[in-house]
Design a protein around this ligand. Sequence first.
Ligand code: NDP
Length: 449
Amino acid sequence: MTKGQEYVKRVFEQVKADNAHEAEFLQAVEEVFDSLAPVFDKYPQYIDDNILERLVEPERVVSFRVPWVDDQGQVQVNRGYRVQYSSAIGPYKGGLRFHPSVNQSIIKFLGFEQIFKNSLTGLPIGGGKGGSNFDPKGKSDREIMAFTQSFMTELQRHIGPDVDVPAGDIGVGAREIGYMFGQYKRLNGYQNGVLTGKGLTYGGSLGRTEATGYGTVYFAEQMLASIGHHFEGKTAIVSGSGNVAIYAIEKLYQLGAKPIACSDSSGYIIDENGINLETLKRLKEIERERISKYLDYHPEAQFVPTGESTIWTVKADLAFPCATQNELNEDDAKTLIANGVIAVAEGANMPSTLEAVTTFQENGVLFGPAKAANAGGVATSALEMSQNSQRLAWSFEEVDEKLYGIMKTIYENAAAAAEEFGQPGNLVVGANIAGFLKVAEAMSAQGVI
Ligand code: NDP
């Protein structure tokens, strides 16, 4: 074993002992650590500095009570979180997730990933993440407002435009950001840089809604170009039907591909004519309906309920997991490969298990890991922060052009780091190393922090 390998192994054993019950967090840490041994062989001073031990410990974990009153007059209580992971290169930045599965492990995994993702964007933003085990499904607008106002009443103590700038994630879209922004403003006065993903009438950026999905497809475009391919004529599976999935589908159409399947937690649909984007947007963005409703408008499509088979059994050239963590396992990866998949780009965070990633890589499938492929969302959030600071609003084209440039640079930097550290084409290793190096250098420069 090299010194770097020994160091990484030793620290990971300690992280496992200290966080034994946090499975998702350990999975995210393992994936990053697996890539970093060659970095420590090249820069042994980082071993002397105990850089990994420091980086893997969040600067701060805040957990709080969120009491609110439902439409029946009953008092409800949820748990809120904000993990302020690393401010080495800028203010904490990362989304808020409202989903019943949210716990400390999930928020820590997301926050840890966010450090490297934010570093890869090239913009000065540190890593953080937050959320609640609140389930927005089936709640009235009034209940959503009651919950988000209570959530922000506590969260506002910990955030600020130069301190920590949350955004959306699963279950947190324009409506939730609006209510939270309103509550922050009542308590602290108007500071538009405190949240991103805001509405266009009060400081939001054009292109932010589309950014994660568009960015993932721009990243995949670079992956395909590396083997002389393009989107024209290719079919795609996009899991999920939320913010990321919808705009990945939109961009796939614009670049000549045909998305034929998408999903929600109740099941997936296949439409061999191509998913009708207008119907999908109406069902999901306006009516907040289940995906099976799609068949009311397109009876030629098929609906397969969850539990019967997974969306990954659909035959297609490209796959974009855009729903949630660990939604694609080793068996799914094998099925996709048997069906001839060429490229997989992760729109969601950690959607593929470690075994699935290895299976793709061993079988020559182009693989774009989340922290690189879905970095367009947070990058555009940082562009929203810049516009807020300047008190300017850029055009959609200006933002989209910047997004495209950022995604291309992330691809190039990840590919170059993979090459430099002896694993050409391995974008998992490349993204982890490129993201890590900037943070490690910043930490070293700032002393023992
Ligand atoms: P949304 O809430 O808009 O949509 C989430 C979609 O995924 C829905 O279709 C939802 O179905 C499905 N989904 C969520 N949880 C599960 C689950 N446990 N099992 C099956 N399906 C599930 O979220 P986003 O589109 O914003 O986020 C999707 C992914 O992208 C997440 O991993 C998020 O962290 C990541 N991401 C998002 C960014 C953003 O800018 N929004 C930025 C970077 C990454 P249902 O409605 O039935 O629950």
